[in-house]
Ligand binder design. Structure first.
Ligand code: NAD
Length: 295
């Protein structure tokens, strides 16, 4: 069994981004810049945005943070998005989700200029990705495909089972892996909470990807001998041996499942760092597209 080491691969990919950022900055006389909007005081959202800003600094990009009050109106938030759309000094824009309940997330996503939509959540980017046109691809699915590619995991004709049908992971990933050609060509089954006899389906998988949000759900007897297992899940579980009183685990019971696999991602250190580096790649792509927008 080999570990798919997302931390290591992400660091390797960052070296290419640093070179790109440097070249682009010399040509355009400024650094690529990502804007992030965070609404309210949710500590998890602030911590995610802080990591994204740190990642930008690490590769030589700039970031600009818009901290908005949890009581902001839908109109106020859309106004902020539109003003960033118009700002020629910003290349990529993300709105940290989830938003407070009174705000309509979909409407906010659709207000983002698709040329700056480095999260790849805008329906134009989702749709173009689905039919194989140039687009921004959501960071987690893009990072997973990069990780499999980095380890030269064969995809063509493989049975790939994805569990979880969210718009940010499962659905776009199913589309990417079933696309025709290089980094695609899998036979994909997309499972969800209404799938009947999940273990029976997952046992068919050459490549099993879990994006569920249920700690340690996937057990050894759900996995075919020699399968590649990618664990997207990030779950906090109580652990009184740690300082914080909790630890992070995936959707896969790593200790049980790992011995059966050819490759497996750890949690943390697997998909998470790949997601973060994909956002940087998308921001670099957005900067490069300034003079020839996709849309
Ligand atoms: P979500 O929470 O929006 O949806 C969960 C999906 O799992 C749904 O489609 C649901 O049908 C399915 N599901 C739930 N219980 C199930 C069950 N018992 N059997 C089969 N299917 C079941 O999903 P999400 O936003 O894609 O997040 C999934 C997990 O991935 C979470 O733990 C999240 O924190 C994590 N995540 C990690 C990263 C990363 O970078 N590592 C990125 C995004 C999400």
């Amino acid at each position: 069994m080999k570990i798919l080491d997302g931390t290591w691969v992400a660091e390797a990919l960052k070296k290419d981004i640093v070179r790109d950022v440097d070249r682009w900055s010399r040509e355009f006389g400024r650094k690529p810049r990502m804007a992030a909007i965070v609404v309210g005081d949710d500590p998890a959202s602030h911590s995610y945005v802080k990591s994204k800003e740190k990642d930008c600094r690490q590769v030589g990009m700039e970031s600009i943070l818009y901290k908005l009050s949890s009581t902001i109106s839908q109109e106020g938030l859309i106004e902020c998005v539109k003003s960033i759309n118009e700002d020629a000094g910003v290349d990529g824009l993300i709105v940290q989700l989830p938003l407070p309940e009174h705000l309509n997330e979909q409407e906010v996503i659709e207000a983002i200029d698709p040329n700056k939509d480095v999260d790849g959540f805008h329906p134009i980017n989702m749709g173009r990705m689905m039919i194989g046109l140039p687009s921004f691809v959501a960071a987690t699915p893009a990072g997973i495909v990069d990780l499999l590619d980095y380890y030269h995991i064969p995809l063509q004709g493989k049975e790939c089972v994805i569990i979880g049908r969210s718009n940010i992971v499962g659905k776009p990933l199913a589309n990417l892996l079933s696309r025709k050609g290089y980094r695609g060509d899998c036979t994909v089954t997309l499972c969800h909470s209404r799938t009947v006899d999940l273990p029976e389906v997952t046992r068919r998988a050459d490549i099993l990807i879990a994006a569920i949000g249920q700690p340690l759900l996937i057990k050894a007897d759900w996995v075919k001998e020699g399968a590649v297992v990618v664990d997207v899940g990030i779950n906090r579980v109580e652990d009184n041996r740690t300082k914080t009183g909790y630890k992070l685990v995936g959707d896969v019971d790593f200790d049980e499942v790992a011995p059966r696999c050819s490759y497996i991602t750890p949690v943390p250190g697997g998909v998470g760092p790949m997601t973060r580096v994909s956002l940087l790649k998308n921001t670099m792509q957005a900067a490069k597209l300034r003079d020839m927008p996709l849309f």
